[in-house]
Design a protein around this ligand. Structure first.
Ligand code: PRX
Length: 646
């Protein structure tokens, strides 16, 4: 068992939530969720106050999740307008460019004006409440402006990570039938250009995407792009003529705010839909408590806006709280691996939130790049996206935080909208590698395979037994899939897809996904997605993909590929297939290992036994377990013999 890091007395003395408050408020929040969330909901400005708070049933035959149902509000007004009187000149966004010489500070007043202009622009282009807008932008302020402008007019945004391929973008546009796409000429990351507009052009040639009427293009690099009239329009030219005032559209608490596509165990990525009121209550409240937010903090979340962390904790939570949030266009190792810490010093960052994969990559570079910067402004560190191994935790704590900053290891998911299990920095002693205890109102439980709730210190599957305001409401366009995916496995409970252990202190330790989802550098991928990309190649007959341990990425992608009769494996073909997957899905899906397989282990009914493939990929052939149910046990030995030497 690793070292216990108790709450530091200095931190506890001025923490927003101390031990006694956590215990008292947590008990209240689960005893009387209605009363608790009625009170917390008041943190937002509602144009029509809610009278109802919670209406939830996880019963699959009588299913509903509704929070603050009869309330009305506008999300952008909560993130901007209401701060103008007291914080108009406060910096809302500190933007740090890919190039260390480029940065900007945008005040709440300036951001408000830009968002009003963009809201007018979208309205003039015919975008109305409920319409879907795809945002495929790099980490530039326009991404925030575009998201907030959609929210201001009640349009539903779907942000697509700039690293996704034209096909992935097309799939998302087609599924949500977007009317408009907002993109840039090119992105800039680590000194390299990303061909965003070219990708959009390609995506819009795919079937199912002709719902798109307009493409707005932000000029980022000035690189040459083809503008197709009348579809493509320059963002800045149109923004120039817009008024900087705009009356925010009142939106029902349960009206959709955004769709974000995420991978599941089967099929194509699903459109996780979040609604407005409960989501913002939850994102802002968790942001304030978990990061112990103060008025003068400079908060930096390194996530891209293309992921849920970028929605809840780069943008919406911080801005709803009137905080200063830093948006970084670049990567941790450009121009060198001291970049994060240089940025911390440059902007006097106090709260820093990143992913374990970044910490592990930087850890490999040693302490010198960290020590080159002072980091004296830092007072709290956060981790998100995947389990953090205790070695990385200790390094983060000792080297980055100089043993002074508490670490919040926050467990949550795209589906949960906000953090569910986390230490509160002034209240909960930390154990490296454990996400510790539930946030207010969150009721986790561990169940066995049959769904029986296990008590005490135990291990099993992680479920949440009651709703919280930030919970997703549906899978866009497929409500049944939502119910089937999350509420059928263990009836009456939300199934997270994660395994977890609970120790004698009641602390939760997330052990990773128990389904066919893998977590590569904190990015979620369905093994089925990578498989279907591989079998789309003309030479591939069959493919099976599993996760395998990876020092930096947490999990790597290990693919087993069977070629069609007559095709011969070669190093060249291996490279071609890796490049193919990269092109089909995006660089994050590139297989790390690709093993030729003359056959795959299948049951007599033809189901691939992934358990066995995982063990071979892990190089644990002695733990293959029972192989007697295989149609042809001989394949396994071949695969073990031919396992890639790594
Ligand atoms: O397996 C868990 C892991 O990331 C999954 C959710 O991925 P995604 O929806 O992309 O959201 C990532 C950002 C919230 C979870 O099912 N995960 C996330 N945070 C942690 C984690 N695993 C362990 N510890 C965490 N702190």
């Amino acid at each position: 068992m690793s070292t216990l890091h108790p709450v530091s007395p200095e931190f506890a003395a001025r923490a927003r939530v101390d031990k006694a408050a956590y215990e008292r408020d947590y008990a209240e929040s689960v005893r009387d969720p209605e009363g608790f969330w009625r009170r917390i909901g008041q943190r937002l400005d509602w144009t029509r106050p809610y009278t109802k708070v919670k209406d939830v049933s996880f019963d699959v035959d009588d299913f509903r999740i509704r929070w603050y149902e009869d309330g009305q509000l506008n999300l952008a007004a909560n993130c901007l307008d209401r701060h103008l009187a007291a914080r108009g000149d406060k910096t809302a966004i500190v933007w740090e460019g890919d190039d260390p010489n480029e940065s900007r500070r945008i005040s709440y007043r300036e951001l408000h004006a830009e968002v009003c202009k963009a809201a007018n622009l979208l309205t003039n282009l015919g975008v109305k409440k409920g319409d879907r807008v795809a945002i495929y932008l790099p980490m530039i302020p326009e991404a925030a402006v575009a998201m907030l402008a959609c929210a201001r007019i009640g349009a539903v945004h779907t942000v697509v990570f700039g690293g996704f391929s034209p096909d992935s973008l097309a799939g998302r546009i087609a599924d949500s039938q977007c009317k408009l796409v907002i993109t840039a000429d090119e992105g800039l990351r680590g000194g390299k250009k990303v061909a965003l507009k070219i990708n959009v052009d390609e995506a819009l040639q795919r079937p199912g995407t002709n719902s798109v009427e307009t493409v707005l293009v932000v000029k980022r690099t000035g690189g040459a792009v083809a503008m197709q009239a009348p579809r493509d329009r320059w963002w800045s030219a149109l923004m120039d003529g817009q008024k900087a005032e705009h009356e925010p559209v009142a939106v029902g608490a349960e009206d959709p705010l955004f769709i974000l596509y995420t991978s599941g165990s089967t099929g194509k990525p699903k459109g996780v839909l979040h609604s407005t009121g409960g989501y913002l209550v939850y994102a802002s409240y968790t942001h304030e408590c978990v990061f112990d937010l103060r008025e003068d903090d400079v908060y930096w979340c390194t996530a891209d806006v293309g992921w849920v962390t970028g929605h809840s904790y780069l943008l919406y939570g911080p801005l709803a709280n009137g905080a200063t949030t830093l948006m970084f266009e670049g990567v941790p190792n450009y121009p060198d691996s001291s970049r994060f810490w240089q940025v911390v010093d440059k902007h006097q960052v106090t709260l820093f939130y990143t992913a374990p994969t970044a910490i592990r990559a930087l850890m490999r570079e040693g302490e010198a790049p960290v020590k080159k910067a002072s980091r004296a402004s830092l007072r709290l560190l956060g981790s998100v996206g995947e389990p953090i191994n205790p070695e990385a935790w200790e390094w983060y704590w000792r080297v980055v935080g100089d043993g002074r900053c508490p670490i919040v290891d926050t467990w949550w998911q795209t589906e949960t909208g906000g953090i569910l299990i986390t230490p509160l920095p002034g209240a909960i002693d930390q154990k490296p590698g454990s996400a510790t205890l539930p946030f207010f109102g969150v009721k986790p439980a561990i169940v066995d395979a049959a769904g029986a709730i296990l008590d005490g210190a135990t291990e099993g599957n992680l479920v949440i037994t009651d709703s919280w305001p930030g919970q997703m409401r549906t899978v866009y366009g497929d409500h049944q899939r939502f119910i089937d995916t999350y509420f059928k496995t263990y009836p009456g409970m939300y199934f997270t897809g994660d395994g977890a252990r609970r120790d004698a202190d009641g602390y939760y330790w997330i052990t990773g996904r128990v389904d066919d989802v893998i977590n590569v550098s904190g990015h979620r991928l369905g093994t089925a997605e990578v498989e279907s990309a591989l079998v789309a190649h003309p030479k591939v007959a069959e493919a099976a993909v599993v996760g395998c341990p990876h020092d930096i990425k947490g999990q790597g992608i290990y693919a087993y590929v069977t070629l069609k009769a007559g095709e011969t494996p070669s190093e060249e073909l291996r490279k071609e297939l890796v490049a193919w997957v990269r092109k089909e899905i995006g660089p994050i899906a590139s297989p790390d290992f690709l093993q030729w397989a003359s056959g795959l282990p299948k049951t007599r009914s033809g189901k691939i036994m992934r358990r066995i493939l995982r063990k071979i990929a892990e190089n644990a052939p002695d733990q293959l377990g029972d192989t007697s149910t295989l149609a042809d046990p001989g394949v396994v030995q071949n695969l073990v013999d031919e396992r890639l030497a790594r």
